[in-house]
Design a binder for this molecule. Structure first.
Ligand code: ATP
Ligand code: MG
Length: 449
């Protein structure tokens, strides 16, 4: 389904409430969408809370236009017309018995007031009646919204004990809106941070992603460090760096990396992660974090690639074109450039190397990434069998082409013959690392992609 059109989505959310009212039920917009609208932001989805039971909701809107996604919890999805998206209609409920620190073992349908009490933060505990244009506030959410405070509803220790994920949500909402964490809420997180590890890695990663691609990733990391959550979810940035790396002056966090994260324009998750971790762990360490969080292969590979390329653009104008070109034609280059830009900004200098790279990237494709002069087929036709030598040979020819040492297929084949007879690219016996290839072809062409 295409993404909803805000006006159509909102009108539909209004209609859903009207329909429920018409059938004699109590119904409001609830939670995040109310908060967002009071903040003058466009909600990305609308949730409705109602006194109607799930069965009554289905009867009212029809089986064909509803999905019983969470019947037991009282959640019915109502499908909207084209452009309206879908709306979760949830029966007012109370929840208790969070024995695992993640999910309630008991749910009972209840009143609007009790439904507000089960929510996590006061700013998320508001209802709004779009028909009467009226806010219903059982938890002091409007005042906290005005003051810019994230405050747990009820006793913070109890609320975090019920669901430890809420600790990460608190940090996300605080930094996402530029709000302060209420003192009691913050202190409860400090006391309970070590319990966040019962949350599934996927959900931790999801919160981390939302913080790191949000409006204040550096602020989020600072708050994670301050509350002790970072030590649990990302100990790599609080422990001493891998041996062999320069120890930092401060035991906690990594101020340089944080400054760079704070200057990233439009960070992606893998980029922010690579920047945070690059001073602290090896490239393999970055991969381990991604694996721990069950990130997609795409995100993992990108984070790892970025960490491995770190600083590679620094001397771009002086870098051999065959080496620089491989980076510039890689799919992660835009993120790498943003990293370089942020680093330059933190160091208070012009990012001349980035300008240089961007000018190269503006080259026409046939100049930036010309088709190879020779292919594997050409080498086969010349009597070579595919194997390790083959790849090295192609890579050397590619580099020579990019560096302007050869310009035609004939020259390329002549070079191939020369390299083979001189043994410069080794032979097909197992790879000998002392072979005199030194700095020349550390990777095969294509490895950077
Ligand atoms: P966003 O969608 O921007 O992350 P949101 O507040 O809408 O923010 P959702 O996860 O969509 O967050 O949840 C909708 C509402 O459900 C919240 O506003 C809150 O009232 C309630 N809620 C969500 N998760 C929890 C939780 N872990 N504990 C208690 N209440 C929650
Ligand atoms: Mg939401």
């Amino acid at each position: 389904m295409s993404s909803p059109v805000p006006d159509i989505q909102r009108r539909f959310a209004h209609e859903v409430v009207e329909r429920l009212h018409g059938a004699g039920f109590e119904a409001y917009w609830a939670g995040g969408c109310v908060r967002d609208r009071l903040l003058g932001r466009e909600p990305h989805d609308f949730d409705v809370a109602t006194s109607a039971t799930p069965t009554q909701v289905r009867d009212l809107f029809g089986r064909r236009r509803t999905l019983a996604v969470g019947m037991a919890f009282g959640v019915i999805v109502v499908l909207g017309p084209e452009g309206a998206g879908q709306i979760e209609v949830a029966t007012f409920r109370s929840e208790w018995g969070y024995d695992d620190g993640r999910h309630p073992s008991h749910v009972a349908f209840s009143s609007a007031q009790e439904d507000a009490q089960r929510r996590d933060f006061t700013i998320n505990g508001l209802f709004y009646d779009p028909v009467d244009d009226r806010v219903i506030d059982f938890v002091g959410g409007q005042e906290d919204l005005r003051a810019g405070i994230v405050r747990a509803i009820g006793l913070p220790d109890d609320r975090f004990a019920e669901d430890k994920l809420r600790m990460l949500r608190a940090v996300r909402f605080a930094t996402g809106f530029g709000f302060a964490l209420d003192r009691a809420t913050r202190e409860a997180i400090r006391r309970m941070a070590h319990q966040v590890t019962v949350v599934s890695p996927e959900r931790i990663a999801d919160e981390m992603e939302r913080m790191l691609v949000g409006p204040d990733p550096a602020g989020a990391v600072r708050l994670l460090l301050e509350t002790g959550l970072a030590a649990e979810v990302l100990p790599e940035i609080t422990e001493r760096p891998d041996s062999g790396k320069t120890p930092l002056a401060r035991e906690e966090g990594t101020p340089e990396a944080l400054a760079v994260v704070g200057r990233l324009s439009d960070p992606t998750f893998p980029l922010a992660l690579a920047v945070l971790l690059a001073d602290r762990v090896s490239v393999e360490g970055v991969r381990r974090v991604c694996r721990r969080w069950r990130l997609s292969n795409q995100t993992t590979d990108r984070a790892e690639w970025l960490a491995a390329q770190r600083g590679a653009l620094r001397e771009a104008p002086a870098t051999r074109w065959s080496a620089l070109q491989k980076i510039l034609v890689s799919p992660g280059v835009e993120e790498l450039l943003r990293w370089a830009e942020a680093e330059a900004a933190v160091e208070g200098r012009e990012a001349a190397e980035v300008d240089f790279c961007r000018r190269r990237l503006a080259w026409p494709p046939e100049q930036l990434d010309p088709p190879p002069l020779v292919t594997g087929d050409d080498l086969v036709a010349r009597g070579l069998a595919p194997g390790p030598l083959f790849g090295r040979l192609l890579s050397r020819l590619r580099d020579a082409q990019l560096d302007g040492l050869i310009a035609t297929k004939e020259e390329a084949l002549a070079m191939a013959d020369r390299l083979r007879t001189s043994g410069e690219v080794g032979d097909d016996s197992p790879r000998n690392d002392d072979s005199p290839r030194s700095d020349d072809s550390p990777r095969r062409h294509g490895d950077a992609e």
